[in-house]
Design a protein around this ligand. Structure first.
Ligand SMILES: NC(=O)c1ccc[n+]([C@@H]2O[C@H](COP(=O)([O-])OP(=O)(O)OC[C@H]3O[C@@H](n4cnc5c(N)ncnc54)[C@H](OP(=O)(O)O)[C@@H]3O)[C@@H](O)[C@H]2O)c1
Length: 221
């Protein structure tokens, strides 16, 4: 039975990953800032991706395990009213800490457990908003730069971990009906996650470091 560890599993896309992998017979290690908020069956651990000592403590707790698939899903958008002339720099730092430093630190600390597994995959939930090539509307300095930063960091990570047999993938999950995506988003979390699971499942070495839409279409950087 393969094992998946998911960050930000309390709601939205992370919770749906947990639900679908559990239904598929995987061992799911769900992680949440508040484990009491997790409303599915199975193992849940406390993890705030901005808390280095908490990440290290969970790594110690899981010592000896293999993690076939590490899903770095946790993320925040930051203030929507932050625009040129009124940029909220404090919020920008918080978003970078959550969306860039958090997933890279989790990947760095858990790489050994992924390396020890059979499947050896790491997934990072990014966004099309982080694509420089697709930025034709401007604005969204905070969220866009955080996901562009994540993309670049994972491009390096994919090269650095490849020799250890680990395949890293970046995803735009689609515009998804969650607390972040809002009620008018065109797709539900079940569709987004089912699409990403299919891509993850068939990913091989040649897919390492690539940036995919949830339906498997490759996206421009
Ligand atoms: N929805 C979309 O349309 C869309 C589009 C592109 C990309 N994405 C990306 O998809 C991912 C999931 O988004 P979503 O739509 O599911 O958002 P969501 O419904 O707002 O859920 C965000 C999740 O991240 C967790 N989280 C936030 N900060 C955290 C931290 N410091 N440590 C651990 N967990 C933390 C939240 O936990 P709490 O419950 O504790 O707050 C929650 O479980 C994000 O990376 C997001 O940027 C979403």
């Amino acid at each position: 039975m393969p094992t998946v560890l998911i960050t930000g599993a309390s709601r939205g896309i992370g919770r749906e990953f947990a639900r679908q992998y559990e239904a598929g017979g995987w061992r799911v290690i769900a992680t949440c800032r508040d484990p009491a908020a997790y409303d599915l069956e199975g193992e849940v651990f406390r993890l705030d991706v901005t808390d280095p000592s908490g990440i290290a403590a969970l790594r110690r707790e899981l010592d000896g395990e293999g993690i076939d698939l590490l899903i770095n899903n946790a993320g925040i958008h930051g203030p929507r009213d932050s625009h040129l002339g009124a940029i909220d720099y404090g919020a920008w730092e918080e978003v970078l800490a959550t969306n860039v430093l958090g997933p890279i630190r989790v990947a760095e600390i858990f790489a050994e457990l992924v390396e020890r597994s059979n499947l050896k995959k790491m997934v990072f939930i990014s966004s099309r908003m982080g694509s420089i090539g697709e930025n034709t509307s401007g604005g969204s300095y905070i969220y866009r730069s955080s996901k562009a930063g994540l993309n670049m960091a994972v491009a390096s990570l994919a090269i650095d971990l490849y020799g250890r047999g680990i395949v890293c993938l970046l995803f735009h999950p689609g515009w998804v009906r969650t607390d972040m995506g809002g009620a008018s988003a065109p797709i539900d979390a079940a569709t987004s996650v089912a699409g990403m699971r299919a891509v993850i499942d068939r990913a091989r070495g040649a897919d390492n470091g690539r940036f995919f839409n949830y339906d498997g279409k490759e996206l421009p950087w």
